[in-house]
Design a protein around this ligand. Structure first.
Ligand code: A3P
Length: 311
């Protein structure tokens, strides 16, 4: 039943030069054809770059700091479009009759289509694979993108794959997978540049994890302005506190503990750890060998050199 052992790399396909969950074969066209609403708010990112943090910030601002409403489980109020079931659930389910999948897992598109407006949607898709109507900007839907430096993204992705995807290799081998753009939603820098190149569009807000760490208040204010919301100074402080690492780590609506617990109950994962792991900047560089630090630096220079984007 440990389907995860083989799902780590076998469960992916390549389409349009992007590594995608194998489920994209089934859902890709429906995603392309999705209806987009003027008041949709999308949070887009490469995995492990602070997506959840950015979702919670965006949702709270757009909902006038409705902390009561924010007690609802994040994936229900801010579903993940390209949900990537880690297991072949169709095979697992008959053996686990008590494992009932919510609609936002079994068919995220149908779930999202049925949401009341304004909808909040998370995706890890690169810009070029977003739904056609979102890309061609025929609506006023808004996109918040969050990027993170590659070394910390890689370390966080490594822990995520150990915890939830059954990765059993070492960090060094994971760095090889990361820098060879073999991981899901890679190529990494193409992902960032696809959105960076749109940063001046009025419908796109480009954020960096490192800026959120350095000055969360400033990022809250920028995001509020982007969403057309006025926040008083003391509201910014209250939200800053709600979004602190400690507070999010202890918040079951956003810390994914319920998901980890369900997976453990059903013997689908056995690793230990938490989704809210360290929440810091610089850990990746510390953990890497000097050789890999160089490989990452040269790779970054080659891909971002002329873009004006720096981490
Ligand atoms: P680490 O593994 O480096 O700790 P995503 O939501 O895209 O999967 O990103 C997860 C990363 O964001 C994890 O990084 C997690 O700890 C970090 N994160 C989540 N909430 C955070 C917060 N409030 N402050 C700082 N980092 C946060």
């Amino acid at each position: 039943n440990k389907c995860f052992v083989t799902s780590f790399r076998n469960g992916y396909i390549k389409a349009n030069d992007v590594v995608l969950p194998v489920y994209f074969k089934k859902f890709g066209q429906r995603i392309q054809d999705m209806d987009i609403r003027d008041d949709d708010i999308w949070v887009c990112s490469y995995p492990k770059t602070g997506t959840t943090w950015c979702q919670e910030m965006t949702w709270c601002i757009a909902n006038d700091l409705d902390f009561e409403g924010a007690k609802q489980f994040l994936p229900e109020r801010f579903p993940f479009l390209d949900h990537t079931p880690l297991f072949d659930y169709e095979k697992v389910l008959p053996e686990k009759p008590d494992l009932k999948l919510p609609l936002y897992v079994s068919d995220s598109i149908e779930f999202i289509n049925g949401l009341k407006s304004p909808r909040f949607i998370k995706t890890h898709l690169p810009y070029k694979l977003l739904p056609k109507k979102l890309r061609d900007q025929s609506t006023k839907a808004k996109i918040v993108y969050v990027a993170r430096n590659p070394k910390d993204t890689c370390l966080s992705y490594f822990h995520h794959c150990c915890l939830l995807e059954g990765y059993t290799g070492n960090f060094e081998d994971f760095c090889k997978l990361f820098t060879s753009d073999s991981l899901c939603f890679s190529p990494f820098f193409d992902h960032i540049l696809g959105y960076w190149n749109r940063r001046d569009d009025s419908q796109v807000l480009f954020l960096k994890y490192e800026d959120m760490k350095q000055d969360l208040r400033a990022v809250i204010r920028r995001t509020a302005q982007f969403l057309g919301k006025d926040l008083l100074d003391d509201q910014v402080l209250v939200l800053e506190d709600h979004l602190s690492f400690e507070s999010m780590k202890n918040n079951r609506a956003v810390n994914y503990e319920p998901v980890i617990e369900i997976n453990k109950t059903h013997n689908l994962i056995e690793a230990d750890g938490s989704f809210m792991r360290s929440g810091t900047v610089g850990g990746g560089k510390q953990k890497m060998s000097p050789e890999f630090v160089n490989i990452f630096d040269e790779w970054e220079e080659k891909c971002l050199g002329k873009s004006g984007l720096k981490f």
